[in-house]
Design a binder for this molecule. Structure first.
Ligand code: SAM
Ligand code: SF4
Length: 327
């Protein structure tokens, strides 16, 4: 599939649920209200939509959420898509998780053809981790990571840089990842569904983190391009990478290859835009209607995103939350 700017769209990110067992301060409100269950796609609907996308040329699917591993039908989805790795043009299946359920599901993930996973971890200090996630148990995540590593899953840690919170841990996190043979990606806070005043308190530019880490490690810039907002550096003397996701200060849109399916069945062709196509109305009808809606959604893809943390404190940010759209 090509969009109107001639970009090849071959990557689908799927939010399978808006629910989560954590309440990270940058992602959800403490008293988060989740959508009615009736609005959330069933596992079967997710499989059908993914299948239609694969037929149209999607080669890579990332499962995300919310927390995908707390969805009851997750084993069924992974089994279905795992088979697609063998009998369709799907080349890669990956997963982003907060890691709390990894100790239970690492084996199941591996068994279904997933080779690498992203695990979100913003602190190695149990008390701080608990505070950032509003209730998370660091030990449980570390146990899951150890099991996943042991069975051969490749792991990338995702760390959101939060002003006055975890900035002082960056060197330790990188050293820990080198030691564990994990890659790491730092992420700038994205302005979704929260007042600008909160975002301004959280936002810390990754340019500063990169400059700091360059003093501690020898970083070699690479031109690795995954079609997304990550820029990668290699760490000299070890085989590890550090990624920097800077959607606000870096325009990555030119090479963007992805669209997103929300847990409610909407296709957003850009994380930073409010236009969408609702696929739910085509479900259960003929396959042609679903196919046409998917093609239409790709044509809606804008040239670039509209993220901005607005210094004048105008609350014009996207009304969607990351857990519904999928981070
Ligand atoms: N629950 C899973 C997890 O935490 O990995 C998957 C969903 S989560 C929405 C996906 C990623 O989005 C996580 O790495 C999280 O840190 C990141 N994220 C969530 N809200 C964000 C925000 N406002 N700005 C930047 N990253 C965010
Ligand atoms: Fe849950 Fe992931 Fe959002 Fe944290 S970032 S609240 S783990 S969905």
């Amino acid at each position: 599939m090509k969009d109107t700017f001639n970009r090849e769209i071959n990557y689908l990110r799927v939010s399978v649920t808006d629910r989560c067992d954590l309440r990270c301060v940058y992602c959800m409100k403490e008293n988060m209200k989740f959508l009615p269950k009736s609005e959330i796609l069933t596992s079967e609907e997710i499989n059908n939509i993914c299948s239609a996308f694969i037929k149209l040329g999607i080669k890579k699917i990332r499962i995300t959420g919310g927390e995908p591993l707390i969805k009851k039908g997750m084993p069924m989805i992974l089994e279905y898509l795992g088979k697609k790795l063998k009998n369709s043009n799907l080349e890669e299946l990956t997963l982003t998780t907060n890691g709390t359920q990894l100790y239970k599901y690492a084996e199941m993930i591996k068994k279904n053809g997933i080779k690498r996973i992203n695990v979100s971890l913003d602190s190695l200090n149990p008390a701080k981790y608990l505070k950032i996630t509003r209730g998370g148990n660091l030990e449980q995540v570390l146990e899951g990571l150890n099991i996943a590593k042991k069975i051969g899953l490749k792991i990338k840690i995702n760390t959101v840089a939060l002003k006055n919170t975890n900035i002082n841990e960056m060197e330790e996190l990188v050293k820990w990842c080198i030691n564990k043979e994990f890659d790491i990606t730092f992420i700038e806070v994205m302005p979704m569904d929260m007042e600008n005043s909160i975002r301004l308190k959280q936002y810390y530019p990754l340019t500063k983190i990169k400059s700091f880490l360059e003093k501690k490690f020898t970083l070699i810039n690479t031109n690795i391009n995954t079609g997304g907002p990550s820029k990668y550096s290699k760490i000299k003397y070890c085989n590890r990478k550090i990624g920097f996701i800077t959607p606000l200060s870096n325009n990555f849109c030119e090479s963007c290859n992805r669209v997103r399916l929300t847990c409610t069945g909407k296709i957003y062709s850009c994380l930073g835009h409010n236009k969408f196509i609702d696929l739910k109305k085509a479900l259960g009808k003929n396959k042609k209607e679903l196919k046409n809606l998917i093609l239409k959604s790709v044509l809606l893809k804008p040239k670039s995103h509209e993220f901005e943390i607005n210094k004048e404190n105008k609350d014009e940010n996207l009304e969607r939350t990351m857990n519904v759209t999928g981070g």
